[in-house]
Design a protein around this ligand. Structure first.
Ligand code: B12
Ligand code: SF4
Length: 488
């Protein structure tokens, strides 16, 4: 018979990102994977993207009448995901709630609250299906499985001790891991469920844009990155035929390959480009690539340029030997400069990502600006060095902003706020950091169909949750214009 499962992508509680959701609102790929698996098992799934439909929770719950509501969450969504689950329970106490995604993968205990019934750590398709199957059998208790946590029956009365009363002990169940074979057999994301929204998904001016994955994981070991930890260092590759078939099924002309490092294996990428060409598929591609991977694989990058590769998202991350070592990037400045030059020769646009170290002084900020100008980088983008869950940077006491429960204030984990001590005073660091976006504002205009207000939020603003500041409201206005497609 099957049950009804509503899958939700949260809107951020605070619009604290430098660009907010303005730079990108992209397809909820994780939810489409979950929906496909649920559909195959005979359940009915529905996707609600709250970034695009921020006021639709109540009406969607009423209209779809779900048995199970699932919410995905990055760290910056923790509080919002908990709020959504609480709201769902308020509207409909009998509905079961389940949370998964990047934060739950490493810190499931942040979701051990009375209004969340299940938490999934790691790959979610099999586990959400087993929960839906159990509910379908009239049993709220699915089979125990690695990565699946369930709140004990009857423990919904009080918040205290909820963690202790979890049926699945945290230390015993770990993460749900997939092997390469299982990765290859994951169902193709169900994009029919986002059909009505697809024209609104964008990354900069690439609109509409589809997201797709051809590999998973990364063989490198950067200190600030949780991806290799989530995959235990494995790198899995999808079959060429499956990739070509999925690409052919996409209606969008723009495709963002969300592979963490697509070009690791140059021969495979050349073979894939040839297969895509043979299939007569023509799209504009954007994907991630390390600078040393780019240097090693000129031929593969050229082959992809010929089938439509337009932009590369390159994590340059650091401009000093000290930071490159500290981040364990395993490459040097000379390679960075050579890689940038090669991209220019190949006529590939570079979206360059820099990780601003919290030990930056004013002169480090100046050096970063000079480096970007000197290397004529098309599109610089910045994140603050953040101790993301799953990384060795997150230690017990490194986070200085904490919530009432003593846990880190996850609202600030958007990589645009320093959450640890900075060498500069906090306000000075924030000012210098925001200034980077101002300095390069002109560089963005050719890529953006809308102007963006760089938000001057203080950590205090962000901590005062639930009450948008005027800067947040201004951001929201821009967001509305951006998603409705009219340039501001
Ligand atoms: C593509 C991508 C983006 C894209 C688009 C994201 C989108 N759809 O909107 C862009 C470029 C916009 C982006 C931006 C950001 N991103 Co990003 N992004 C990714 C990337 C590379 C792939 C995401 C993806 O689609 N994966 C494929 C899906 C299928 O896998 P999945 O999400 O893991 O889902 C599986 C499981 O987690 C689980 N699951 C997931 N949700 C749920 C829900 C339920 C109910 C259940 C049961 C299970 C479950 O099952 C799923 C299927 O197997 C990931 C890294 C990665 N490898 O995942 C980083 C990643 C998610 N991004 C990250 C971050 C920090 C950001 C930013 C905040 C900062 C930044 N500048 O990068 C911004 C936020 C922007 C915003 N406003 O949302 C971090 C999140 C870490 C964390 N703990 O928060 C990641 C993990 C990268 C990293 N380690 O640094 N990102
Ligand atoms: S930052 Fe990039 S290269 Fe480094 S481990 Fe993460 S995905 Fe791999």
């Amino acid at each position: 018979m099957g049950v009804r499962v509503l899958l939700i992508w949260p809107n951020s509680r605070n619009e604290v990102l430098g660009w907010g959701d303005l730079g990108a609102i992209a397809e909820p790929l994780a939810l489409e994977y979950l929906a496909a698996a649920l559909g195959q098992a005979g359940h009915e799934a529905h996707i609600l993207d709250l970034r695009l439909h921020p006021d639709s929770l109540t009406e969607t719950v009423a209209a779809f009448d779900p048995h199970l509501v699932g919410v995905t969450a990055f760290s910056m969504h923790v509080r919002r995901a908990r709020e959504i689950a609480a709201e769902v329970k308020r509207l409909h106490p009998a509905v079961r709630t389940i949370v998964g995604g990047h934060h739950a993968t490493f810190l499931p205990e942040d979701f051990f609250t009375p209004t969340i019934d299940y938490v999934v750590s790691g790959e979610g398709t099999t586990l959400i299906t087993s929960v839906a199957d159990a509910l379908d059998r009239g049993n709220a208790v699915p089979d125990p499985a690695p990565g699946l946590y369930q709140r004990e029956e009857g423990a919904d009365g009080s918040a205290d001790g909820a963690t202790d009363r979890l049926w699945a002990p945290f230390d015993g169940f770990g993460r749900n891991k997939v092997g390469e074979q299982a990765f290859r057999q994951l169902p193709r994301p169900d994009r029919t469920l986002t059909a009505a929204d697809r024209h609104r998904y964008f990354i900069d001016a690439m609109k509409p844009i589809a997201l797709m994955r051809t590999t998973s994981g990364c063989p490198y070991r950067c200190t600030f990155c949780s991806i290799w930890r989530a995959m235990d260092g494995h790198y899995y590759i999808q079959d060429t035929d499956a990739v070509v078939e999925e690409l052919a099924s996409l209606e969008e002309d723009n495709v963002f390959l969300v592979d963490d490092e697509a070009f690791i294996n140059g021969k495979r990428m050349i073979a894939l480009a040839e297969a895509i060409q043979r299939a007569g598929i023509r799209k504009s591609y954007f994907t991630y690539c390390r600078i040393d991977t780019l240097l090693r694989n000129r031929e593969a990058i050229a082959a992809w340029r010929d089938i439509g590769l337009r932009r590369l998202f390159v994590g340059i991350d650091a401009i000093s030997a000290k930071d490159l070592n500290e981040y364990r990037k395993n490459c040097d400045i000379a390679q960075v400069e050579q890689g940038l030059a090669m991209a220019r020769e190949l006529d590939i646009e570079i979206f360059a990502q820099f990780v601003v170290n919290t030990d930056y002084t004013k002169s480090d900020f100046k050096a970063l600006v000079r480096f970007i100008e000197h290397n004529r980088i098309d599109y610089p983008s910045f994140t603050v060095l953040t101790p993301l869950p799953g990384t060795e940077l997150l230690t017990d006491d490194c986070v200085i902003y904490r919530g009432e429960d003593g846990r880190p204030n996850w609202d600030l984990f958007d990589c645009q706020n320093a959450v640890t001590e900075t060498r500069l005073k906090a306000d000075a660091f924030r000012h210098e950091y925001r200034n980077l976006y101002r300095v390069f504002k002109g560089a963005y205009t050719q890529y953006r169909e809308h102007n963006v207000i760089v938000q001057e939020l203080s950590a205090a603003d962000a901590l005062a949750t639930g009450h948008p500041t005027s800067a947040m409201r201004a951001g929201r206005g821009n967001l509305d214009r951006a998603v409705s497609g009219s340039p501001s």
